[in-house]
Design a binder for this molecule. Structure first.
Ligand code: GDP
Length: 305
């Protein structure tokens, strides 16, 4: 909780400063206040569509209740945003946990280079391991030698096995080997890295579907989780990447990184709403412990006090 507040401090500071300005000298929530609120949300990278949705919901409340004190705007926002996030939330398994009937639980991690994919995989492996689960990593980003090396460093750090091949080898083959190892060793969680090159959409789509198909030869319902990693500090770029990746494959969970050090935390609200994918994890620092399971109440509370 404290870490979350600290991690989100820049977004919080920015949102609260603007919110104070919006309601300053105003007694009731009226058209003016709502216009300014709209600007606030858009400038916090919530995204236009989601902002309009939130404003419409607040408008409805205002119309129903006739008079809403401007001081209550933060409470109103908290309610509506929590409700919105609840529409795309993760059911059932929360705290670095997964369904017991899925073993190995297979996570395929997608996202463009530089967003924090490798770091997130390392942090996740560490969390699962701390929770008593066995983990194996698959170095499926065979496009860059550095990606394999970086993942190997994390594997050593967390002390989990890694399956890798030479740079340039077939990522589907790496995935096959990793899942086969997991099967034979009885491993609980498999985390497969993939290359994130967006410049060729058809290639991306084909590569990801090939990896998925090969996985199914070992674990028929794999991958259980297709986790898209987005850099929360990139604002609209994160929206664009979410668009590309959700078109290329069935993304069913989001990890939003680098929320520390950015005032653009509104991305969390907008991306989840716009692409109907739950935010499962948030990254709030470079350290191994700086990954949290996303909790919408805690998140909204952290932003709006
Ligand atoms: P990849 O290319 O997507 O695999 O990205 P990396 O995992 O190598 O991360 C790129 C940089 O972002 C590294 O310097 C990481 O330490 C940093 N990074 C990753 N996640 C976070 C985060 O949540 N907060 C901060 N501040 N930095 C992060």
């Amino acid at each position: 909780k404290e870490k979350l507040d600290q991690g989100l401090s820049k977004t919080k500071e920015s949102v609260l400063t603007k919110l104070t300005r919006v309601v300053a000298g105003k007694s009731k929530v009226d058209e003016d206040v709502l216009d300014e609120l709209e600007e606030l949300l858009i400038s916090s990278d919530v995204g236009v569509d989601t902002t309009i949705k939130i404003i419409e919901r607040i408008e409805k409340r205002v119309a129903r209740d006739k008079f809403i004190n401007a001081n209550e705007l933060d409470k109103l926002l908290k309610d509506e945003i929590t409700g919105l996030l609840a529409e795309n939330s993760v059911n059932g398994h929360g705290d670095f946990d997964f369904p017991a009937d899925k073993q190995p639980y297979v996570i395929m991690v997608v996202g463009v280079n530089g967003v924090g994919k490798t770091t997130t995989i390392g942090k996740l492996a560490n969390k699962f391991k701390s929770a008593g689960k066995s983990v194996i990593l698959g170095a499926g980003d065979t496009f860059r030698a550095a990606a394999i090396e970086q993942l190997e460093i994390w594997a050593q750090r967390v002390n989990v096995p890694i399956i890798k091949q030479k740079m340039g080898s077939d990522p589907a083959s790496v995935a096959f080997d990793t899942l086969s190892s997991a099967r034979s060793m009885g491993t609980d969680v498999v985390i497969i890295d993939t290359a994130g090159r967006l410049h060729n959409k058809v290639n991306l789509m084909n590569e990801l579907s090939k990896i998925k198909n090969v996985m199914k030869k070992v674990v028929p319902d794999a991958p259980h989780e297709i986790l898209l990693v987005l850099d929360g500090s990139t604002g609209q770029n994160a929206f664009e990447q979410a668009k590309q990746f959700t078109m290329a494959t069935e993304v069913n969970a989001l990890a939003i990184t680098k929320l520390d050090g950015t005032a653009k935390g509104g991305v969390v609200i907008g991306v989840s709403d716009q692409f109907k994918v739950p935010v499962k994890y948030i990254g709030i620092g470079e350290g191994i412990e700086d990954l949290q399971v996303f909790n919408r109440e805690a998140f909204v509370h952290s932003l709006f006090g």
